[in-house]
Design a binder for this molecule. Structure first.
Ligand SMILES: [Zn+2]
Ligand SMILES: [Zn+2]
Length: 243
């Protein structure tokens, strides 16, 4: 019965490639052409922040990038992303964010589940999306990261908590600042944990669409750790990096 229903639905509303919109029935949501254009992040990468090693970068025995190696203390445990943020992945992510392509959240959640392998292995208790300020939420009507967390929750069986972490300060879009320090300054103190009891002692996985400098994710992680989270991992669809 379920199969028949899917057959009828596929006939009426055929699944489309999330990148180019062509009719496509591939499980990963991409047609063969777009699949070849998108860069899925694969090993070897930094064991901590997930930054791919280039052919020229020296890989030390701890499998850490120079930045993670030089940092003694870090606000997050692991960071992982499914794909490289470039012109190809950007198109489909922007569609999820601004063009009501909310059905694509299910496809992205599959990517997140795969990219988060190391996180699931180390253990995770709760999925929390990077929140939007309510004024932004009113305008956009949905938070793309909350959709991702909910879909990922269904796939992994890990609870998605979309209300404990809130953005209580409206900030300028991070995209209006180029420099890392300016981004960190802009987002500082913008988040708050509404129900610390829900967070306390939990291994949190923070969910977002894009990891650029990490300023937003790290500020969320800091807020969650202050509220008593045992650890915070960062899982995003895409990651910005050179190379
Ligand atoms: Zn395509
Ligand atoms: Zn690293």
């Amino acid at each position: 019965m379920k199969k028949l229903l899917k057959y009828i639905l596929d006939f009426l509303l055929p699944p489309r490639c999330i990148c180019c919109g062509k009719i496509n029935s591939d499980d990963n949501g991409l047609c063969a052409e777009c699949f070849n254009k998108i860069t899925f992040i694969a090993k070897p990468y930094c064991q901590k922040c997930g930054m791919p090693f280039t052919q020229t970068s020296a890989i030390n025995k701890n499998m850490l990038c120079p930045e993670c190696l030089s940092q003694k203390k870090s606000v997050f445990r692991l960071a992982r992303a499914a794909v490289k943020y470039d012109a190809f992945s950007k198109k489909s992510i922007l569609a999820l964010k601004f063009m009501d392509k909310t059905e694509n959240a299910h496809i992205f959640a599959k990517w997140l589940k795969l990219a988060g392998g190391d996180i699931w292995q180390q253990g995770a208790d709760i999925l929390i999306p990077v929140p939007l300020h309510y004024t932004r939420l009113l305008k956009r009507r949905y938070n793309q990261s909350a959709l991702l967390a909910q879909e990922l929750g269904k796939l992994t069986g890990i609870k998605a908590d979309i209300s404990s972490l809130i953005k209580y300060k409206a900030t300028k879009p991070q995209s209006s600042f180029a420099h890392r320090n300016a981004r960190a300054e802009n987002i500082k103190g913008a988040f708050k944990v509404k129900n610390p009891a829900n967070i306390k002692g939990k291994r949190v996985v923070l969910i977002d669409d894009v990891f650029t400098t990490g300023a937003t994710a790290k500020e969320c992680a800091k807020t969650l750790r202050k509220a008593g989270a045992l650890s915070v991992d960062i899982l995003t669809i895409a990651k910005v990096y050179k190379g």
